[in-house]
Design a protein around this ligand. Structure first.
Ligand SMILES: [Zn+2]
Length: 119
């Protein structure tokens, strides 16, 4: 089970490393909207806990601010968060390789909330 999770994380890293160059243009906050740049709710690496509230990043305030920054651009937000997922997976796997971060847990934490709201 643990080996399967580690293999899955390695597969995610391999896949994302190929895409990382393409992600870079999406990872920069928009110049006209700098809310995120001013937010103290940023990840503390390599633990990926919020610098302010110590919750697993992205904490609720970070999600709110990112949602505002990328308002009308859900694809951009999802791609930005995929880049964060890549960095966080590498950091957390190096910090605690056994067991490493689970792919489902990482997806829920970094990507799932960027999708359309459920009713
Ligand atoms: Zn926070």
């Amino acid at each position: 089970m643990i080996d399967e999770i580690r293999l899955s994380c390695s597969a995610i890293l391999r896949l994302l490393s190929r895409q990382k160059r393409a992600f870079r243009s999406y990872r920069r906050p928009k110049l006209q909207d700098r809310r995120w740049l001013g937010s103290p709710h940023r990840p503390m690496r390599p633990t990926w806990l919020c610098r302010v509230c110590a919750a697993p990043w992205p904490c609720q305030p970070a999600r709110l601010l990112l949602g505002l920054e990328y308002r009308g651009d859900r694809a951009g937000l999802a791609v930005y968060m995929a880049g964060m997922l890549f960095d966080a997976t590498a950091d957390l796997l190096a910090l605690n390789p056994n067991p490493g971060p689970g792919p489902v847990e990482m997806f829920e934490r970094f990507i799932s909330w960027t999708g359309p709201a459920t009713r």
